[in-house]
Design a protein around this ligand. Structure first.
Ligand code: AMP
Ligand code: MG
Length: 512
């Protein structure tokens, strides 16, 4: 094969090389070699041409490259599943691991970056925990499209390289209510600089593998945080925690900017590079609601609701700090890092909100009252989060604000007045703005997407794709490339009424 795949992770760390796919605990090692199940009838339905080109894939793809995308690799490629652990919904869950993902290794891209590749849905691994390691077309399309949508929105994320039908049906109980049904199976390749998670560190610490913990931390620092690699002793790991915290905060602020709700922020779903990873029952929030959760499993506690994501990120950083403790052994130093989370977070939050509103960025404090009153108005009126800002940009341009386009309920006169009051306060604030109107609009256009991928649009595209019609899928793929432009007005509408109560349209289960 023309493409050269490197495997620094399995070259560096101890693994279980027996190729035994049986599900088991592997407390001594960080990965187990495992072969994909093999899909002789697989069919590539889409691939990311720009990403494939940057990784050196041919155009058109060679037969061997297509086989690789279809999870039928050449016989000499060692493929592997990694072991991690984590807290799920706040509870320690012990060993988890790549149960549905299999690693291929890394390819050097045209910019000299090492990019890791993983199949998702290529069959069971030692970490599949009584599940089948397969994926259905429904959940695969959701990850395939949304991770690319996030990439083009400018949010740190894993990416999607390809999606194939596996050629086999898979049984799933979508609503977890005892009604399993066969669905078309699929497999995708996702890419990232690294798929290492907080949970990998938790796994080693929980198993008392402190030498391996140090090796993994040093390896991650050397490859992805080179600016701190020459620090000595505990200072290096304190700096590491600080850097991971910083990237995690950046990611969450971007989630708030675009209205993303991850839905399953367990520590095993937290990337050590601050990337959005593991797209499951996520949603782009439509009506503004801090308590909105997209995951049916999360409904009892709403632990992972939109407004909770900052708190949960801190909770997860705490879990990472515990995992790194053996390398730091200094509670005060760790406390000092964690104490900085909230001030950094809120400062960046106010900057982000100020940009969305097109306000001065040099005196953020002066914007705080307006941001607060905006939030109270939105919580009461429950307007569409994305479309509110699209309307606000129009209001800045022509002084008109169309409430009907962005509203999901009948509003009282009082509620309409609270929007008018907000707009008056906004105008007053703008009078004190040192930014020109053009500068302010530029800030807004860069912070506020016009197109977001809504769950009902995904649902609609998936229904057709399951019948072999990919036209809607292709259209969404095209629209998500330019989310800050007004290219597809018909896709930039509030959620239609038919969606209400349809499972999979606004709320989702983890079933994948
Ligand atoms: P998630 O909540 O999707 O991040 O998954 C939690 C754990 O369950 C991870 O270790 C996954 O690899 C595993 N898992 C989820 N779905 C499957 C599946 N269909 N087959 C095997 N393992 C799975
Ligand atoms: Mg996961």
């Amino acid at each position: 094969m023309k493409i050269k795949i490197n495997q620094p992770f399995i070259d560096k760390f101890a693994g279980d090389r027996t190729y035994n796919p049986m599900q088991r605990q592997t407390p001594e090692v960080l990965y187990a070699l495992v072969n994909p199940i093999g899909y002789p009838k697989a069919e590539l339905i889409h691939y990311n041409k720009e990403l494939a080109k940057s990784l050196g894939f041919g155009s058109p793809l060679t037969a061997e490259e297509t086989d690789l995308l279809n999870a039928n690799p050449p016989g000499d490629l060692k493929t592997y599943a990694t072991a991690y652990a984590g807290h799920q919904f706040g509870n320690w869950a012990g060993q988890l691991g790549d149960g549905r993902a299999i690693g291929l290794g890394e390819i050097l891209d045209d910019k000299g970056n090492s990019i890791e590749l993983q199949w998702k849905g290529a069959g069971a691994t030692p970490y599949s925990r009584h599940a089948d390691g397969r994926a259905v077309l429904r959940s695969t399309i959701r990850e395939y499209l949304m991770s690319e949508a996030m990439f083009h929105l400018g949010v740190p994320t894993t990416r999607s390289l390809s999606i194939s039908l596996s050629g086999e049906d898979v049984m799933r109980d979508i609503m977890y209510n005892g009604n399993p049904a066969l669905e078309p199976g699929a497999v995708m390749i996702r890419t990232a600089k690294s798929f290492i998670r907080f949970g990998h560190f938790q796994f080693l610490t929980a198993n008392g593998k402190i030498d391996a913990l140090k090796n993994l931390a040093d390896w991650v620092i050397g490859r992805y945080y080179p600016s701190i690699q020459n620090l000595e002793g505990k200072d290096k790991y304190i700096a590491f925690l600080t850097e991971v915290q910083d990237r995690t905060i950046c990611m969450i602020i971007d989630w708030y900017r675009v209205g993303f709700v991850h839905g399953v922020m367990n520590t095993d779903n937290m990337s050590i590079l601050g990337l959005t990873i593991d797209y499951g029952p996520y949603a782009m929030m439509e009506e503004y609601d801090l308590k909105f959760t997209s995951n049916t499993t999360d409904l009892p506690g709403r632990r992972y609701a939109f407004g909770q994501q900052g708190n949960i990120a801190l909770w997860n950083i705490n879990a990472l700090a515990n995992a790194l403790y053996p390398l730091i052994d200094d509670t005060d130093a760790i406390r000092h890092v964690l104490d900085n989370f909230e001030p950094i977070f809120w400062k960046r939050f106010d900057v982000m909100m100020s940009a969305k509103l097109g306000l001065d960025l040099d005196d953020i404090q002066a914007n705080q009252t307006l941001i607060k009153s905006w939030q109270l108005m939105m919580l009461d009126l429950k307007l569409d989060y994305t479309l509110f800002f699209v309307e606000l940009m129009k209001y800045r341009e022509n002084g008109k604000f169309n409430l009907e386009n962005i509203c999901y309920q009948d509003l009282s006169d009082e509620q309409r007045k609270s929007l008018d009051d907000f707009l008056k306060a906004y105008d007053t604030q703008l009078e004190n703005n040192t930014l020109s109107k053009q500068e302010s609009l530029k800030l807004m256009r860069e912070a506020n997407p016009q197109f977001i991928l809504r769950n009902y649009q995904l649902y609609d595209a998936i229904q057709d794709a399951e019948k072999g019609n990919y036209a809607k899928f292709e259209k969404l793929y095209e629209a998500l490339q330019n989310p800050y432009e007004n290219k597809f007005p018909e896709l930039q509408q509030k959620r239609p009424d038919w969606v209400d109560g349809v499972p999979g349209c606004s709320m989702l289960s983890c079933s994948s």
